[in-house]
Ligand binder design. Structure first.
Ligand SMILES: [Zn+2]
Length: 282
């Protein structure tokens, strides 16, 4: 599943390739993904200029000069590929939408498992899928303080394990399983900890580690934008070196520096795997 850094990288790639370009034609090759694709997309997008590119959580938003916004979500397996438009080029397997610009670029939305979303809505409104989303995890220093206060307020009465709280998109948006596992490891906090037991200093650590790891991943992605939106899309995740995610039975690198051989554990929380070290994450 594309996570926030991948989505941010795709957004930047689209902006670099398509900003201020005008839509020549749009063709949807099916009616429904996770929800219905509005038919009017084909007519409403034609002749519109793509002027504003944004990300909210894992949604990509493209603002048009006709006061409408396109919303994309990549679901479990979606990708967006930009290529030069070749006349009469064939539709790729699982390509559900093709957008061609007057400047000769082609945007292909491809999603084999079809859990993604393509929608169009008035720019002056907030899309229903975005209305109940928590704040973004990334921002400047002043924003970091705001986020810490926000989290402290929400964690204060929550019994649920911190791992599940951080995955709750109503509390903080855009965090997926991999980044939460890694951030908790770096912060030395067990995924099993009751949210309300976290001290102020621990919340600060979590927020900082989340921001560091997302920023690193976006920077790693910056150099692979071309792989992400300009090729056949075979490359999936950035080549980030995970410390606990997917490392069940590997030795904890943190404990190893202290001469202890402790294996990474895998447990299931909320139907998803959590990887952690029960020696150094408390
Ligand atoms: Zn450890």
């Amino acid at each position: 599943m594309p996570e926030l850094p991948e989505v941010e990288t795709i957004k930047r790639g689209l902006e670099n390739s398509l900003k201020n370009q005008t839509v020549l034609s749009v063709k949807c090759h099916r009616d429904t993904l996770r929800q219905v694709i509005p038919r009017r997309i084909e007519s409403d997008l034609t002749h519109a200029k793509m002027i504003n590119f944004a990300r909210r959580g894992k949604y990509i938003l493209i603002g048009l000069n006709n006061q409408q916004t396109i919303l994309f979500h990549l679901g479990m397996s979606g990708k967006i590929i930009i290529s030069p438009e070749i006349i009469n080029s064939t539709i790729q397997k699982h390509e559900h939408m093709t957008l061609i610009t007057q400047e000769g670029q082609r945007l292909s939305y491809i999603d084999p498992r079809r859990f993604g979303v393509i929608d169009l809505y008035p720019s002056a409104q907030i899309h229903p899928l975005l209305r109940r989303m928590g704040p973004e995890p990334l921002g400047d220093n002043a924003y970091q303080q705001t986020l810490i206060i926000h989290l402290q307020k929400y964690l204060a009465n929550k019994k649920q394990p911190i791992k599940l709280t951080l995955l709750d998109q109503h509390i903080i948006s855009g965090l997926g399983n991999i980044y939460v596992c890694e951030a908790l490891f770096l912060a030395g906090i067990s995924p099993l900890r009751e949210s309300k037991t976290l001290k102020h200093s621990e919340i600060i650590k979590i927020v900082k580690r989340i921001q560091e790891i997302l920023t690193q991943a976006i920077e790693a992605g910056g150099s692979s934008i071309r792989d992400y939106v300009h090729s056949d899309g075979k490359k999936g995740y950035f080549q980030m070196q995970w410390k606990v995610y997917g490392k069940e039975h590997d030795l904890c690198i943190n404990c190893l520096t202290k001469g202890k051989k402790i294996g990474i554990k895998r447990i299931t929380q909320g139907g998803r795997s959590s990887f952690y070290c029960d020696n150094c994450q408390k």
